[in-house]
Design a protein around this ligand. Structure first.
Ligand code: SAM
Length: 390
């Protein structure tokens, strides 16, 4: 029998950081001599480090390279001009669609800062009369320090205000500080069941010097693993580290640890954080995302949030597919229905729920789309308190 290839053909996704450079500039400098392919399948079948790139049609400024391409020592990566970020992980900030009519934006669960820096780049590309800010919460102090490094490296520090060691759930929605907050990106802790590994290891790519990560006191993983040099295609990493697999920068744990109790605990927290975001009086848009494949953490949370008292009081609705930015409206893989996992009131399937599921965006791992497993949905409202800025 033919041996299965060791590494999955998962592309190396690279987001060009437009705070520092442009796509054209990178194609003619860092990637000079590389050949463009119009087919992602070419990238995914290129097991060597062949100099080929693919320009993503869904997300602006995103490139794919063959899985084994070595870019982590390039000047552009070390200098924060390019950022390793899985395609799916780029969806939430883009879906939030923060054009010039939107004021401040909160990133409620920010470290290590891939989506924060992406938001900062989007905000800077659409300047407003009054400067606007990305307010980034990260409750874990060690992770907040990584976030700060990434924000500085990406030159996003003049747009991003970091709330290091601060719990988004403790932020007072009615306070003056958030009176201009009109959009909220929520990418909370999840089971990590959609994460794609390379060579069965976890790769932590880092442009900065190694740093230590404090031990995970919660001990989410079921087995202790030895300290090791680890490799993965985890999109949320951004610094080079030697660390214990138990203490990954993203709080994932092995799939076999995703017991029903754990998923219930995670989804309870996820629903809580999402309904908290719905309380911000000027908020008009929210995205909710996970790198989980489980309905309990995804469609079920969305449906329950829409049925919550706060959503009804404030007039929150799902951002329908036809209202979404073009690149994501056209994405074919949508929310899924899994009977018994969609929350108590969700068991009857009707037209409204079909529309909600169609508004949800899913990415499946191990397909020809070359993404990790991911989920994102957006909410919108035109409530009485929502006012135009600028
Ligand atoms: N959005 C990040 C990115 O793209 O780089 C990844 C976020 S990771 C999935 C979730 C993060 O949220 C973790 O760093 C975790 O410590 C943080 N977090 C979880 N609950 C939080 C809360 N209540 N307030 C602030 N941060 C929280």
């Amino acid at each position: 029998p033919t041996a299965l290839p060791k590494a999955p053909a998962h592309p190396r996704w690279v987001r060009v950081n437009t705070l520092k450079t442009t796509l054209d500039e990178q194609l003619s400098s860092t990637f000079a001599g590389y050949e463009e392919t119009k087919h992602l399948s070419v990238i995914m079948s290129a097991r060597s480090s062949s100099k080929t790139y693919f320009i993503d049609p869904n997300i602006p400024n995103l490139l794919a390279f063959p899985p084994k391409i070595e870019l982590s020592k390039s000047t552009a990566y070390v200098g924060g001009q390019i950022i390793f970020q899985d395609k799916a992980s780029c969806f939430p900030a883009y879906l939030l669609d923060v054009g010039a009519e939107i004021g401040d934006i909160i990133d409620g669960c920010a470290a290590p800062g891939n989506k924060t820096t992406q938001l900062a780049a989007i905000v800077s590309a659409a300047p407003t009369k009054a400067p606007r800010h990305v307010i980034a919460f990260e409750r874990d102090k060690a992770r907040a320090s990584t976030l700060e490094k990434m924000v500085n490296l990406a030159s996003a520090d003049n747009v991003v205000t970091i709330k290091g060691g601060q719990d988004f759930l403790a932020a007072q929605p009615g306070s003056e500080e958030y009176s201009k907050t009109q959009a909220i990106l929520l990418d909370p802790s999840c089971s990590g069941s959609g994460i794609v590994g390379r060579d069965d290891t976890i790769e932590i790519q880092l442009p900065t010097a190694p740093e230590s990560i404090k031990p995970n006191s919660k001990g989410s993983a079921s087995k202790k693993r030895k300290r090791t040099d680890v490799k993965s295609s985890h999109p949320e990493e951004s610094t080079t580290l030697k660390l214990e697999v138990d203490n990954l920068p993203h709080e994932e744990s092995p799939e076999d640890n995703n017991t029903s109790d754990r998923l219930t605990a995670l989804s309870t927290f996820q629903l809580r954080i999402l309904t908290h975001a719905m309380r911000f009086p000027q908020a008009r848009r929210i995205t909710y995302s996970t790198c989980s494949i489980h309905c309990e953490e995804n469609e079920s949370v969305v449906l329950q949030a829409l049925q919550s008292t706060i959503a009804k009081e404030r007039g929150w609705a799902i951002l329908k597919r036809e209202q979404q930015v073009t690149g994501l409206r056209d994405w074919q893989h949508r929310g899924i229905w899994d009977d018994g996992k969609l929350g108590l009131e969700a068991k009857t399937r009707d037209h409204a729920k079909e529309e909600i599921l169609d508004a949800c965006i899913r990415c499946e791992k191990g397909t020809d789309a070359g993404t990790m497993g991911f989920f994102v949905a957006a909410f919108t409202r035109h409530g009485p308190e929502a006012v135009e800025q600028n």
